[in-house]
Design a protein around this ligand. Structure first.
Ligand SMILES: O=C(O)C1=C[C@@H](OP(=O)(O)O)[C@@H](O)[C@H](O)C1
Ligand SMILES: C=C(OP(=O)(O)O)C(=O)O
Length: 424
């Protein structure tokens, strides 16, 4: 079900706001997976409670994990992996982390686990998940589709060992195997063969989270080795989601304003930390004040030239800012965004064009030209980040109405209310 048309708040003068963000999706879902595989209970403080993380928690519960608590903290109690289990069906929604991270874990139960998701999820790339599990000896029934729905017929354990995959369509194929690898009999030794793996920051986050839990993982060019062994229980506090913070930084940029983002972590693997460099590239003044990030926009935004391969998820909001800049912007390294929640390169091009903007769509990027923009009804394609981009454009340009802003609940329930407050 989609939400009614939303009149995005317009702000003709500079915003000056302070915001606090909900927790990181990528950290929460990694912490859930690793806690479910651990040798004892773990506590997650300030987890993100959103559609993607609820789907992950429900998936792990279906596989025997105990997850209890409230919005402030969850306790994750691992089940006994390897036991016989009745057939279950897992709903992955449109969550890449759930659809790619859960099947290699489902292979550890002795029983059938059906994996399916939203209608559009069936179009997201999944062939590498299916072929890599098959190469590791796991039986998968996908009726020859190479996409969802499919059934993992787990045997209670996975041999693991050496495997070669092509993770160029999504880093999540690689992270998925690394996250579970310690619990495979021989660990996992993954080689990547293909065009570059995107989202290096997310792969780094996977390695950091494994090491925090005592897992031995080594990396060299295009090869990652996880030793078999226990995953230590680990209590963790989830950082604020910096990719979602990007919408607010962008809101300050497009209005010539200022934003203070509370509790910006000093040392983080989050892709959104790149916003510090991105805001500077647009001409902003960016500083750390105590625990906070403070971004002050220039009077006129410069065009930017950015390779976003390692932080592709930032692209829709970066593109929205670029559409309001005074110069041409080029965003490159992002062919893999065509397999995200929607084909984001096509979606960004269509929506900015709808407002009178001009975008050249390339196989692996976008060129965005400075053009006067006008109000329009913007589509969001069940994509939370297209909704954030639409909100940013609506702040800068009068009369923007947005279809299905509620899709932001994928990673940020309450976005609409927080944005309204930010804009007023
Ligand atoms: O591992 C993760 O948490 C993610 C990895 C990235 O996926 P891709 O490599 O498919 O872009 C990113 O875009 C996604 O939002 C989250
Ligand atoms: C690509 C994204 O999500 P997912 O985890 O569904 O791949 C995203 O959040 O931008």
């Amino acid at each position: 079900m989609t939400s009614p048309l939303w009149a995005a708040p317009f702000r003709p003068d500079p915003v000056d706001a302070t915001v606090s963000l909900p927790g990181s999706k990528s950290q929460t879902n990694r912490a859930l997976i690793l806690s479910a595989l651990a040798d004892g209970p773990s506590r997650l403080t300030r987890p993100l409670v959103s559609r993607d993380t609820t789907l992950m928690a429900d998936a792990l519960r279906a596989l025997g994990t105990g997850i209890d608590g409230d919005e402030d903290a969850w306790t994750v109690t691992p089940g006994a992996w390897g036991g016989r289990q009745e057939p279950v069906r897992i709903d992955v929604g449109l969550a890449g982390t759930v659809m790619r991270f859960v099947p290699p874990v489902a292979a550890l139960v002795d029983g059938d686990v059906e994996i399916d998701g939203d209608e559009y999820a069936r179009q997201r790339p999944m062939a590498t998940t299916i072929s890599s599990l098959r190469a590791l000896g796991v039986t998968i029934d996908d009726a020859g589709r190479g996409t969802m729905p499919f059934t993992v017929r787990g045997a209670g354990h996975v041999l693991g060992g050496p495997i070669t995959i092509d993770a160029s369509a999504s880093s999540q194929f690689l992270s998925a195997l690394l996250l579970v690898g310690a619990r495979y009999d021989d660990g996992i030794d993954v080689r990547h063969d293909g065009p570059p793996v995107p989202s290096a920051t997310h792969v780094q986050m996977t390695l950091t989270e494994l090491r925090r839990r005592g897992v031995t993982v080594t990396e060299s060019a295009d090869r990652w080795v996880v030793a078999p062994g226990p995953v230590a229980a680990y209590d963790t506090t989830i950082e604020p989601d910096l990719s979602n913070a990007g919408a607010f930084v962008a809101g300050a940029l497009v209005t010539g304003g200022r934003v203070r983002v509370r509790h910006w972590p000093r040392d983080t693997d989050q892709a959104g930390d790149r916003w510090r460099e991105i805001a500077r590239a647009f001409g902003a003044d960016v500083g750390i004040d105590g625990d906070d990030l403070v971004v002050s926009a220039p009077d006129t935004l410069s065009g930017v030239s950015l390779d976003l391969r390692d932080e592709g998820e930032l692209t829709p909001v970066v593109a929205a800012v670029a559409a309001t800049a005074s110069g041409v912007s080029t965003l490159t390294g992002i062919a893999h965004l065509r397999g995200h929640e929607t084909d984001r390169l096509a979606a960004i091009t269509a929506e900015i064009t709808r407002m009178g903007g001009e975008v050249d769509e390339h196989p692996d990027g976008l060129t965005i030209h400075p053009r006067p923009l006008h109000g329009a009804e913007l589509q969001t394609y069940a994509d939370h980040r297209m909704a954030h981009a639409a909100a940013v454009l609506g702040l800068a340009v009068k009369d923007v109405r947005v279809h299905d802003v509620a899709t932001t609940a994928k990673t940020y329930p309450g976005f609409e209310q927080d944005w309204q407050r930010f804009a007023s």
